[in-house]
Design a protein around this ligand. Sequence first.
Ligand SMILES: Cc1cc2nc3c(=O)[nH]c(=O)nc-3n(C[C@H](O)[C@H](O)[C@H](O)COP(=O)(O)OP(=O)(O)OC[C@H]3O[C@@H](n4cnc5c(N)ncnc54)[C@H](O)[C@@H]3O)c2cc1C
Length: 466
Amino acid sequence: MQTYNSLTPEFIAKLQTIVGAEHVRMDAETLDRYKTDEETDERCFHLPDAVVDPANAEEIAAIMKLSNEYLIPVTVRGGGSGIVDGSIANCGGIVLLMERLNKIIELNSEGMYLIAQAGVRTIDIQKLANENGFLYAGDPCSAESCQIGGNLATNAGGNKAVRYGVTRNQVYAVQIVTPMGDIVDLGAPLKKCSTGYCMEQLIIGSEGTLGIITQVTLRLQPLPPCRLDMLAVFTDPLAAISVVPKVAKAGINPTSIEYMDNPNVRTTSQFLDFPGAPHKEDGIYVIFTIEAFNEDELDMKMEQLNDICEECGAIDVLEADDRIWAMRRNCLESVRLVSLVCTTDDVVVPVDEMGPMLQYIIKTVAKYPFPLRINAHIGDGNLHIVLCKMDLSDEEWEEQLGKFTREVYTYVYAHGGRLSGEHGIGSKKAGFMEEFTPRGELALMKKIKLAWDPNLILNPGKVFDI
Ligand SMILES: Cc1cc2nc3c(=O)[nH]c(=O)nc-3n(C[C@H](O)[C@H](O)[C@H](O)COP(=O)(O)OP(=O)(O)OC[C@H]3O[C@@H](n4cnc5c(N)ncnc54)[C@H](O)[C@@H]3O)c2cc1C
């Protein structure tokens, strides 16, 4: 790994000149606040040397130039809702906050796009789009706490990906500050474009290793006026998963197909104080959202869905209310009722491999000393495997978790899958990225990183090590 310099009084003085002294914080309380993101394992925490909150792209560009000159690492932090240690400054240096870049610049109704600064919360983009009769289709469960720039950096998925795709499908253009400190605009609000490399797509999902996203131009969809949430309850996980291909082939095109296993149903109903959650004793939930442009279409889709779920063995199919979605959105938060330290994995496999994958995981975890819970974006082949440390010692947890994870990843890659469907690699999975990524692909990624960031200043240790 690259070696870096410590912050000197001269460097700090120059930093203060760029952003103003009050926007460079080095007090113990602030440094402590930014030692982690959603990571709960203290061994992964790392104190930055300074926390800086710039006002605009020009200040960020000046910070990057200065950091290159003094060889100081910079780690970007959006909403800090990431779960792969992406915004932890594991090499020290500066944590760069995006929260002052928080303006929505334009909603263009005719062109159906929205321009926002990267630090705007995702939920505020969703709300503004809705108020204007549009849908912004990016919808991670963390929408209230994450930022749109963080969503692009991780290529966030979420609850509407099955119909609308993931974050990269919602983006027309980005503005970035390169690691060397240049401000560059990539992409444009065009329906089609065959004009050289698609650079904005390279930035999306690069987890802050290739540039700091400062502004985004997002695609808007017409907001379907009719919408219905349905809950199908199963007792057999494979039966629950078997609805996915049937729904796809029937052309229902649901907005969401979400899965919660029974431990998740129980804990979220307790966490949200919802004792009347349907079939909470033994139910596995599959939550659907369907949308349509008229009531007849909605009714037809509802009947089709109902029939498919019953055919697949659902014990109950109900119209759902917001509480079911609150349960789904709180799967991760509520796990802390069971264990303060837990880990969430996010493997993705081809949709037709979901059933065998789930079976494999349930069988494999039986050899290990930790309880498992699974929630999944099953329409996308994306499984969140949540493991709880409970009262295992640190050593036992690390050893057993490492073994389990390696077994699962080996299976995933043998069946055409990848390490992450939406959370990214961060520093948490960087070692596994080295181990599992095909050599040629990894070598190309490293060449791109070195070409963009020769001093390895920006987000060092994320995605892979050089
Ligand atoms: C309760 C909960 C539910 C979640 N549900 C989902 C879900 O449904 N789908 C999903 O995909 N994820 C989900 N996540 C994970 C997380 O919310 C996403 O990864 C989100 O996109 C992170 O955004 P953030 O602004 O919080 O970024 P951060 O956590 O601050 O950062 C994440 C990474 O992006 C980089 N980054 C952040 N901002 C920028 C920027 N402006 N420019 C360049 N790099 C940047 C950081 O350096 C880091 O590497 C969930 C997390 C929680 C805690």
